[in-house]
Design a protein around this ligand. Sequence first.
Ligand code: SF4
Ligand code: SF4
Length: 433
Amino acid sequence: MSQLHTDQRPAGANPTFRLDVSVHDLLTKPNPVSPPQAAAEPLTLPEPVFPRHPELLGRDAALPPRDPNSPYQRRWTPALIYRALNGWMFPYVKSRVLPGDFHPIIAYLFTEWKCNLDCHYCWAFDNSVKGMSEDTARRSIDWLHSTTCRVLALMGGEPLLRPQFSHKVVYYAAKKGFWIYVPTNARLLRPDVTDRLADAGMAVVNFAVDVVDEKPGLPKAFNPVRKHFEYLIRKQYQYGYIVFFNINICRNNIEDVQQLTEIARDYGIITDYHINESPMIEQSHFQHLNENDTFIREEDWPRVDALLDWLIDKNRAGYKMVNSARRLADMKAFMRGKVEPWNCRAGQNSLIIRVDGTLAPCFPMYSATYDWGVVENHRFEVKQLDNMKESCQTHCFSTLNHNLGYCYNDARAIRWVLKQASRGFQGVSGSFD
Ligand code: SF4
Ligand code: SF4
């Protein structure tokens, strides 16, 4: 039987990785992948036209009240419905009917691997790594455009560290028909940055907050960015983007999670929850592996269980959440290290592009050295991915890939589209089941 590294740690220590040792060794052995060759004349991204929608700039908008008859409710125009179908539904159908195994639906473009904060659970930044070049960004988008992929998620680190670069990426990708997802800790999401990204075609903002006020080890707080948030909320119905809170459940933010859930409810936005987890593979640059106050310990399980029960009740009471009640309940088992094998589609229908243009199937594998190829020349192979997933699926709770795997089923996808159509596509949000 294969051995997990987590089994070898002394009681109470944080695990350094969550895979079978043999798979971990294969993924991390010295095998540096060469980034794509730079062209003799590096490509650049076009200078965005701004504003494309001058009529939306500075228009006063009220904060959306709870009243469902308020004029400040979202209306899904035909253009917005088409943008969503073009991003998700058409690529899904193509991926089902086209021959071959590699038909991406969503790609994560890591434009940065630096961050302006230091959340103690986070290994996803290294401030010595240079951000993506325009050449790599443009070639990535052009290459993805030649595939089925039409959902592009900017990623980091903090993607808004270079707001002008993000504006260029969003503008170029939106022009090519991508549905664009922007995650941020919002420290740099000033109103002019919101206007530029929204004007360029941003479709959704993942507003990442863990606490209401900063706490030791948890700097992603709501109050320091409240003004940015309120501007973002005021403008969402004019530009047509969606906003959701992305909240990481840690051992030291249980009450904050409840408060943030109510804040989201007050502002009429969706919430998405994650259970704090240690790195999937070893991260030599990660500073806080030991003495980390954010990782959930066995003695915290009852408190986290109670929080999850509270969230499930809210979900059933109509609070809008990305996670279904079933997924929230599954978090209890995941926290205890129990995950059943599932239908992970990473490397076939989703992928990540690192800042240097190299590829990997998913975010937990960002630091793997295995050669999955580079933009314009992927090397994903189903046999290798399936072998790897025999180990990693039972330690992985990737929300996106779980949702993608769950929905990668024609009957479920058709049922969901029919449900949305019956509402005139006026309630396209929330979980699939
Ligand atoms: S803001 Fe995001 S990328 Fe930065 S340290 Fe926190 S979790 Fe990591
Ligand atoms: S199960 Fe899928 S998403 Fe999770 S680590 Fe493995 S390949 Fe990545």
